[in-house]
Design a protein around this ligand. Structure first.
Ligand code: AMP
Length: 213
């Protein structure tokens, strides 16, 4: 099964993807995670991407399309994958359709995680992640037992550098202008499955599972 998780930054796509991976045994393919990994390794691609990420804009389509094209052909993606944060523009979606056509594949469902925009700023700026195991927390909605320390492994929690208020506002504007048009794109393909992204994480997971079957 090939799935796209669509939604604004802060909708909880990554959180739900991590849980869906276990349930469906298909990998999460997050372009944001791939770009951050490239940056951490200090590759030229990562350093180039940083400029766009820090500004809350989008990395050029050709860069992310190349990453995804390579990733979805790896052996662990042979029975499906969950695209998280890709596509983010109509041009990326069209390219993806072309690539999938040439691979004899298709997208089965586009899960659109809906959250009112008034909630997103607070969700993003309060987000914290464990450096060691990647577990996610929120200073208000899901605080760790001890500030700055991961409940699961004791690792140090950090805030993503693009989760500051200025960059978040720019990321939300970018979403409105460049990514939201994808909703129509996938409605026309009869693939859009809207999900209410507000509520308990378990309830949202169940809503997603209900549409994926
Ligand atoms: P994310 O982790 O999905 O919030 O992505 C973090 C940042 O990486 C975004 O704000 C963009 O700068 C960049 N990025 C991630 N995915 C894409 C994409 N599909 N197209 C362009 N830029 C992306």
């Amino acid at each position: 099964m090939n799935i796209i998780l669509l939604g604004p930054p802060g909708a909880g796509k990554g959180t739900q993807a991590k849980r869906l991976v276990e349930k469906y045994s298909i990998p999460q393919v997050s372009t944001g995670d791939m770009l951050r990994a490239a940056l951490k390794e200090g590759t030229p691609l990562g350093l180039e991407a940083k400029k766009f990420m820090d500004a809350g804009g989008l990395v050029p389509d050709s860069v992310v399309i190349g990453l995804v094209k390579e990733r979805i052909q790896k052996p662990d993606a042979s029975s499906g994958y969950m695209l998280d944060g890709f596509p983010r523009t109509v041009a990326q979606a069209e390219e993806l359709d072309g690539i999938l056509g040439s691979l004899g594949q298709k997208i089965d469902h586009v899960v659109s995680v809906e959250v009112p925009s008034s909630e997103l700023l607070g969700r993003l700026t309060g987000r914290r992640t464990c450096k060691a195991c990647g577990a996610g927390f929120h200073v208000m909605f899901d605080p760790p037992n001890k500030e700055g320390v991961c409940d699961k492994c004791g690792g140090e929690l950090y805030q993503r550098s693009d989760d500051n208020e200025v960059t978040v506002k720019s990321r939300l504007d970018t979403y409105e202008a460049q990514t939201k048009p994808l909703i129509d794109y996938y409605v026309k393909q009869d693939k859009l499955r809207p999900i209410n992204g507000v509520g308990k994480m378990d309830d949202i997971l169940q809503r997603i599972q209900a549409v994926l079957g």
